[in-house]
Design a binder for this molecule. Sequence first.
Ligand SMILES: Cc1cc2nc3c(=O)[nH]c(=O)nc-3n(C[C@H](O)[C@H](O)[C@H](O)COP(=O)(O)O)c2cc1C
Length: 371
Amino acid sequence: MSADYLFVPLQLGALSLPNRIVMPALTRMRAGPGGVPLPISAEYYAQRASAGLIVTEATAISANAHGYPQMPGIYSPDQIAGWRRVTEAVHAKGGLIVLQIVHHERWSHSSYNPDGSPPVAPSSIAAPGLAYTPAFQQAPFETPHALETDEIPEIVEAFWNAARNALDANFDGVEIHGANGFLLDQFLQDGSNHRNDEYGGSIENRTRLLLEVVDAIIDVIGADRTAVRLSPHGNLGGLSDSDTVPHFIYVIRELGKRELAYLHMIEPRASSAGFGDDASVDNANNAALFRHAFDGPMITAGGYSPEAAVQVLESKLADAVAFGRMFVANPDLPERIRGGAALNRFDRATAYAGGSQGYTDYPRLAAASQV
Ligand SMILES: Cc1cc2nc3c(=O)[nH]c(=O)nc-3n(C[C@H](O)[C@H](O)[C@H](O)COP(=O)(O)O)c2cc1C
């Protein structure tokens, strides 16, 4: 089986990818004050421009949508200008880049909200475990404020506004973060959504917010530049669902009607965010379980080696494969895969926050072979 298969060009909506090796969203916690991307982030993303497609780190849609320290946003003029620097640098190297947009809440802390208000959520159920505050201190997750029905349009509007700003910053598209336990995923999964209005109860109701967000964003940037990320079986942020497969088949079928640029599915075997394996969800194979429900292009992520990526493409269970940790550690990952070269190892200690170390200083192949 040859790695050549990963280098067959691919059309994802309006996006023409030169290869099928995708850099997925990777939170790095290196934005400057006010959630403004710094010049070093332009350098970091431009280093990785040979990816078929870059998806940025999860980016807050509003001042109340943050949940990690030094997380970037896309709601202020300075943030838009900071991101424009990033898109220009990637485009100058011939790359494609879409912005991943998120509302963190429940998996957040009141200290992120300018008015100190508690995080919001579908229901007043606290996430298990500890939050990181903006000062990198740990604090228990708080009991969130259950959104009133008439507060939900503000959330949709903030997503819409973020997509409009993404266009302004010259992104090639937007990936809506519906995965990994954040707000939209909290609505989808019934362990965190106990509502009894039109946004809770049946899976049709629980999917409503995601679809409202998707439709609002399609209005701004077109379906062929709009994408969604999902993580069925993912249990990050303490999420769970009573009947994952039929519920997510419904969600995916509804998304399929919208002719999106792509759907990005995360395999649970890497516990959704690249942490340790979780035996309880290890057996699920989302590519196999959900591919048949979606007509459009599908990206798969989660624990892929280049060999496993070729297999999943060959079996037609996905159209492209995202490599998370490998892209952190290998700015020139496509070149390395093509040449069968050794890969730099991902260093978790420098993954989050800090400066250039573990960010822009992973060596490229030529540099690596000289040492
Ligand atoms: C340091 C780090 C940060 C991540 N940040 C995000 C993120 O912002 N948004 C997201 O959807 N997934 C995020 N993920 C998950 C990755 O996109 C990817 O799905 C995961 O790492 C599994 O792929 P891998 O096994 O190739 O690393 C993150 C993973 C890591 C390791």
